[in-house]
Design a protein around this ligand. Structure first.
Ligand SMILES: O=C(O)[C@H](O)[C@@H](O)[C@H](O)[C@H](O)COP(=O)(O)O
Length: 224
């Protein structure tokens, strides 16, 4: 189990370098495989990585993109992770990618699980995974101290889990096993608070600090 921590001189450098790392790993994968999959975080931190990646010279039509997790809201909502992905990544060259939207429009995320499982399974293992993290040490929609998270962290967890116990909207998340089986894993964090949170997480149990469950063979990309 190894954690590689890269500290960048500034955020701009981080976003550009990570985008170029991701596109390099995807094109490497495409050299010997028919297709590649790219699984990306929601939230606000990755916006510029998405923008920079959208112009990458890649055979995007052979790349399948999906999010780590999604909030159960319409695609035009301010809270939609897909909205950000559509406006920042799936434009320019990357518009040719095959995008699997985790939000299906069904009333509850549980109803979407069987069909989504069928659509995502052919794209596993994930070729390139980027995770984000909150200052509370959650990642994807796996939050500290919740019974749903305990299930999502289990070694035999299903591919997807609805998350309905958080305040606000329901969510859907990929669980720990498929995320951890990714061939290339990255964690994108910025700012001193998240760096401290990551250090704290390394001494805690994954139920208290879910990111802890993902720290094997991962590259952490950080800038102030
Ligand atoms: O839907 C979500 O909320 C995310 O996928 C989540 O896991 C995110 O990566 C972190 O909350 C960090 O979010 P920020 O980048 O906004 O800090």
């Amino acid at each position: 189990m190894s954690l590689d921590f890269i500290e960048y001189p500034d955020r701009e450098m981080l976003y550009l370098s990570l985008a170029s790392k991701i596109s390099g790993q995807l094109s490497q994968h495409l050299r010997t495989n028919e297709g590649a999959s790219l699984c990306l975080p929601g939230g606000t931190t990755p916006l510029q990585v998405f923008s920079s990646l959208s112009g990458a010279e890649l055979e995007w039509s052979r790349v399948t993109v999906f999010l780590n997790d999604e909030r159960w809201v319409n695609g035009d909502s301010e809270r939609s992770n897909s909205r950000v992905l559509r406006s920042h990544l799936l434009i320019g060259k990357a518009a040719a990618a095959n995008y699997i939207d985790l939000y299906t429009g069904s009333a509850e995320p549980a109803e979407a699980v069987p069909a989504l499982t069928e659509r995502l399974t052919p794209h596993l293992p994930i070729s390139v995974l980027v995770l984000g993290m909150g200052v509370d040490m959650h990642t994807a929609s796996i939050f500290p101290d919740s019974s749903e998270s305990l299930l999502a962290l289990a070694p035999d967890a299903p591919l997807l889990m609805p998350i309905t116990s958080l305040p606000g909207e329901s969510r859907i998340t990929l669980t720990a096993p498929p995320l951890n089986r990714a061939l290339n894993k990255h964690l994108l964090i910025t700012g001193p608070e998240k760096r401290e949170a990551l250090e704290r997480a390394q001494k805690l149990d994954p139920t208290e600090a879910p990111i802890r469950a993902f720290l094997g063979d991962i590259t952490v990309h950080w800038a102030e």
